[in-house]
Design a protein around this ligand. Structure first.
Ligand code: ZJS
Length: 264
């Protein structure tokens, strides 16, 4: 007898005819041994991914204006870039921006430290790694992720700008993801600020002299990047973009009110 039909012979009230098992019934029975491994299947994984999105959205929805910091996990507090990141985060914090980082060491820790000094929310979007890693001690609002791509959505969705300090593959990945989202019109009025001109100059030159020259990006794409060594200038760039964004959002709201009024 097929497994779905097991145990249905004594179904009260049933006289004859085919028996069809129901979803509810299948859910209520204990799993067969071979089914017990379902928690390692892709189907189950999709639910975990959904759960991560839901938790991230819930934790961060009320955050208010924020700036995301990226940069090397390998910078220690004696590095001048660490101090620059603390200072930049502090200035942005004093202007009312929460700071979001990857929650790890190095520049992430510096960003959270500056947020703590300014008394604004200090968010750490921690990622599960093969070795144990808690959030750095300056994170006040930790959110844990298993999946890089879910975490990356949160970095963009809840920030009004990215400030990118010198870093390696992880930092480059985050930088170029932001540029792609802007270039393809998925996010607007979103400054991408490279901090540390000595470090980034070579990459910018290569983008201009090779990538642009070869027609792989447009001249306007180069304008998506701002390069600076000044925490104050970061604050100015972020604030002026935030003003522009607020103006555009207000304009869009007015237009939709006008359209709603016209329809009545
Ligand atoms: C010392 C070490 C490798 C620690 C790894 N611990 C990490 N914890 C949290 N986020 C990370 C970590 N490593 C890389 N990332 C992500 O990638 C970026 C840094 O990568 P990288 O060090 O530039 O390439 C960060 O902005 C962060 O979002």
């Amino acid at each position: 007898m097929p497994r779905e039909e097991e145990g249905r012979r004594g179904f009260p009230g049933r006289t004859s005819g085919p028996v069809r098992s129901t979803e509810d019934e299948r859910m209520l029975r204990p799993p067969y041994p071979e089914e017990a491994t379902f928690v390692r299947t892709d189907t189950w994984r999709v639910l975990r991914i959904m759960g991560e999105f839901v938790e991230g959205f819930e934790e961060l929805a009320g955050l208010g204006p924020a700036v995301t910091f990226f940069g090397s996990a390998r910078v220690d507090p004696s590095d001048p870039m660490y101090a620059a990141a603390v200072e930049t985060a502090r200035l942005l914090g004093e202007s009312g921006f929460a700071i979001i980082t990857g929650g790890g060491p190095g520049i992430m820790e510096a960003g959270n430290r500056g947020a703590r000094e300014a008394g604004v929310p200090s968010v750490g979007l921690n990622i599960e790694l093969p070795y144990e890693q808690g959030c750095n001690p300056f994170v006040d609002l930790p959110v844990e992720f298993r999946y890089f791509f879910v975490r990356k959505t949160m970095f963009v969705k809840y920030a009004q700008a990215f400030v990118i300090f010198p870093g390696g593959f992880g930092t480059m990945d985050e930088l170029f993801e932001a540029l792609t989202l802007i270039q393809t019109g998925k996010v607007h009025d979103f400054p991408v600020i490279l901090f540390g001109s000595d470090y980034w100059r070579g990459m910018c030159r290569w983008l201009r002299e090779v990538v642009l020259e070869d027609g792989k990006i447009s001249r306007a794409d180069m304008d998506l990047l701002a390069l600076t060594d000044s925490p104050e200038e970061v604050r100015e760039l972020v604030m002026s973009s935030a003003r522009e964004r607020a103006r555009a959002e207000e304009e869009a709201r007015r237009a939709s009110r006008r359209a709603a009024g016209d329809e009545r």
